[in-house]
Design a protein around this ligand. Sequence first.
Ligand code: PRX
Length: 633
Amino acid sequence: MAFYINSYEQYTEDYTRALLNPEEFWADIANNFEWSQSWDKVLEYDFSEGRNQWFINAKLNITINCLDRHAAATPDKLAICWEANSPETPNRQYTYKELLDRVCQVANGLKSKGIVKGDRVCIYMPMIPELLISVLACARIGAVHSVVFGGFSPKALAERMQQAEAKMLITSDVAYRGEKVIDILTAARVAYQISPTAKQMLIFDRSGEGKTYPEQSFSDFDSVANAQSTHCPAEIMDAEDMLFILYTSGSTGTPKGIVHTCGGYMVYTGYTFANVFQYKEKDVFFCTADIGWITGHSYMAYGALLNGATQLMYEGVPTYPDASRFWQLIEKHKVTHFYTAPTAIRALMALGDEYVQGWDLSTLKVLGSVGEPINEEAWHWYNEQVGKERCPIVDTWWQTETGGIMISTIAGISQSIPSWAGYPLVGVQMAIMDENGEEIHSNEADGALCLKTPIPSLLRTTYGDHNRCKNTYFSAYPNHYFTGDRAKRDAEGRYRIIGRMDDVLNVSGHRIGTAEVENVLNQHIEIVESAAVGYAHPIKGEAIAAFVIPFAPVEDKNKLFAELQFMISKEIGSFSKIETLVVVTGLPKTRSGKIMRRILKKILANEPDYGDISTLLNPEVVEEIAQQVSSLK
Ligand code: PRX
């Protein structure tokens, strides 16, 4: 059986095969990877308990598949070319052999600091090669990495470090983002100091200033790595051993640590990278996501390297020094595959076509979109201005929890339609549920998007609390995994993702829980209660409106707004800042006291069909809030 899907016919054949005999199908795909020991059984699962396990008793190390295989076959092939934030800084390159050597040195460095298999290591770094190298170094020795996006606040980092019981933190002294130089070390130091389990900190000298640190437990990243051998045997892992934890926001409580394991995650990310993007040997893949999010994990750190791909890694922002930076990088590095988020496309589109014109983008073959629904206008701009109407667009729908792409067209093989993600990939069985929790069997459907059977990279648990995993994902619809999204399906079986059904916001492709934002707002001394609600925003996709009830009339709303923004930056990170502040005397509530966010959403969207509000505890506030909102416009 072929690993690559080469035609639409093959896609349908493979789809049917995986449907009828998933274990046989995935065993065939898994045989394209290197294992130290094969499996006794491909799959065991019980969705009623929120459990799925793949490649039972198989042994492997994912870095052998990402690095050693290619370092042996094509040692001089370029693995990574890194471009710094500033175009003046020379780029840095690693061939597969060089990347393997450096990963081994860092892995030995981690060992020299007492890190052993199963230990959790948090990584809080900008987009520099050392971030990728640290991730792979952990995987090399069986340590569990938990990358925390560099835009999170020290408090958010500390929470994640504490929950993961991290033994080590890897960071850098500064981070460069556009014009800004961010003192990431101060944030890291604060988090480190309040994390009881953390015993070591490795600091990469990004500024090149050669700083020294008085703390005994702080070490310079390069000094530790340079002293080590370039040989580090890969720790042989069980397929179900943890590979990483990645924290993500949900509708309630603190962020959940999504757990992915070694075997299934490798098979699924490797397979989907090759097929969705139709990556071929000499292609150059450029994913603009940060490794702090799942896209960077699955399709930069793992999926691409599993396929021996050459990648461009970029440290900075799309608009620095100006809005042509991406296009200039594509021209310079002859990029063939470009994978970005709709929010970046909309932001660049808004700045004008002149930035994208005049660059040689003729090497591009495939364009990808991820993270949020792509609106038709942005889709067409991407297609015309970037792809020059000759590059298929893959609109890839998936989640931190699914580990890999679930619904997408296959580049050049299935036809893409603007704003429609397309068909489920091979091995993926989706279901759409109606309001009564029943599956809608007719092709045309609109409802809650669920997964019927597991895929190899579906989350295994939420770290430290399996009940949370079971209750969040596997209880709303018995024997199904619930995605949290609403979707439509057309007569041909294509899917269009409408957005979240739960209290999760998607601001510029970043997932934020309304509860997390409200927790911060409620800590302000003047605020009694609050509700954070998302509304459509032309660039961000969704923006946050905060409805707040103050103890006493607010005298200076601008001051309150600034204070709330400061608190959000401090507690979560600037990417969670609110866009609109609405001061109200009450929030619409059910008689049992639940805030009716649905009504607030309708008010923000200027859709006055609020439904029956007479059963509310306080129907009179609805009109008052609507007036407040319209006076803001
Ligand atoms: O609502 C969906 C949206 O992003 C959510 C997952 O967010 P996260 O775990 O941070 O992963 C983002 C990168 C995979 C989903 O529940 N989403 C993701 N991709 C798309 C999307 N919505 C529409 N279209 C997409 N292509």
